[in-house]
Each structure stands twice: as structure tokens, then as C-alpha cells.
Design a protein. Sequence first.
Length: 345
Amino acid sequence: MSHLESILIPNIGTGRTERLLGVLEIAAALLEENGGNVSRAVIAQALNMLLFEDLLERVPAAKTYASDAHLAGRKIMHDHGAVRTVLLEGMGRLPGGQEAITRILRPLGYALNGVYPLERLKMTGRSHAQVEFPEEIAQFFISELHPDQFSPEFQQAVRNITGESIDPLGSEAVELLAELESAHTLPVAKAVELLPLLTRCFSRQHEVPTIADYEVLLAVSPEMAWISTEGNAFNHATDRVPDVDQLAHEQKLLGQPMKPTVETSQSGRVRQTAFLAARVRRWFRTAKVDSNDNAEQVEREVPGSFYEFITRLPLPEEKDGKQALDLSFDSANAQAIFKMTAESK
């Protein structure tokens, strides 16, 4: 049994592991690793697989697409996952900004791969690539929202929502990550133990927001409004495809909720489009209280996560004797893709 199977099966069972292995394109070296300790690259691959699966469960259009691809005998190359964070001190126990996520990625062998100003959104995006398998293991695109660039009322709403955030990364996980960062490997049993401790970091770490605070955020930053309901969950996962224009045409014919346009980077080498965000129902606290002095709650439909498609062309120059893919992102592309979760009515 490979290391990848050895750490997935105890956590999610044989059936789910086999389905993920059947759906996703995975480098042979990652599939074949066995014996001795588990490499950080295999643990990174396993984490990405679980986060990808979670995204499919939350985005019906993506689940349909993945099922259709599997039936057609085509595997999905998971290119990157996106996570939104808030660059603010005092968010309870949760570190501010990207550090909530990068403290996990560094021990997995990820390094900064690019910085992208998202000025229209008052955010900054950063991509992180796994150093041993930069093209084969999905990147993370982590965005930070800057509350200090908004009004005092907005900043207060953000504090109200995030002020008592928990830190999902307990001492056990911290110790395992420290060992992994030092040795670049873990014994199989420890890797099995670590994996679910990491996946729980990709969710909402604060309490249910109030509807009043949500409305304040939504009026000026749909991105922060999204964070208030979804937290650090995958905002989107991405399939790397040979021809994103052809794929978009085919998905529109199938009636999938496709973004009307394809975004092209300034270099012309990166093209992206997406399904529209799933609609989800979330609870909000109101100003009313019940007989036990607890805030009453109201349910509302809001944008959830979505699924993206990307085509990457090779860089013009060779790297280490081969033509490497352009793994960069583009600020204009990213800001257009962010609009997938802007619609709220």
C-alpha cells in the first residue's frame, strides 16, 4: 500500500480514498511512495485531496462536473485552492491574515510563489507552491483583506464577528508540524494523526455573525461578507485544463452555471473562468432574544464557494532544461474571479 493510501484510508475509508484516486490526476512519484516515513509532499497531496473533496460536497455544479469527468475517463488536475483571510490583530486566538494558513503550509514544503495586489477589493493575494512538486501538487492562493482601509463602522463590524475566533491548531498539531518542518517526513502513524488536525483549519473559526454586522460588510465588501459566513473554507478549487475556452463552451451547452467570460492574464499565458458560486443557507443572529436570553437567529441564502477552470501555457524560457508551466496568477484575473461570490440577492 502506498503512503498516500496509508494516511487517507484510516481517515476517510477505502471507498472515499479510491474515489479520490480515481478522480484526481496525481504524480506517479506521489502514488508510488511507500516504506519508511511519509514525505511532506505526500501529506500535502493528501490534504489537498480532502479539501478538494470538501469543496465538491459544497458546490453541486462542481460535484456534477467531477462525476461527468470521471465517467468520461478524464482525471482532474487540481491546480490550486483559494482561501480568504483577514489581516487584523485581536481575532481571538486565530493569527491574523495569511499566517492562519501559511503556518500549516510551510512544514508541508510550500514557499511563496507570487504577490498580487487586489487594490479594488482592498486585499492582497499571495500564491504558495510546494517546492518539490510545484506543478503537480496544487498551489494555495491566500488572500488577505485589509480592514484598516475601510470605515470605522466596517472595522467594528469585522471586530464584532472575528473578535472571539478560536485557533483550530492545537498543541498536538503544532508539535507534529514542528517535527515535519524539521525532518521533512513523519512516521505513518503521526501523518495519519496530523491530517484531520489540518483539515479543520479550513473552516469558519468564529461564531455565527449578526445580521446587522453582515449587512454593514456586504454594503462595501462582499468579500468580507463571504468570510463572515464561510471563514477559511476553500473559496474555490480549480481544474487545470488544456483549453479553458472550449471547456467553458461545453459546460454552457450542458446548462452549467458558467461565468459569461474568460479572463486572460497580461502575459496571455494564463486564462481562467469559473462556475457561479453555489447558493447556501446560513444562520445569523438578530437583535431579538428568546426566553433564555439567547439571541434569536434568522436563516438567509448567501453565496457559498465555487469551482474554477484554468489553462496555463509554458513559460517562454526553459527552466532546469525543460519548459515549465507559467504558475503565476494575475491581479486583474483574480479580481474578476472574486466577483463569483459578490452577488447576494
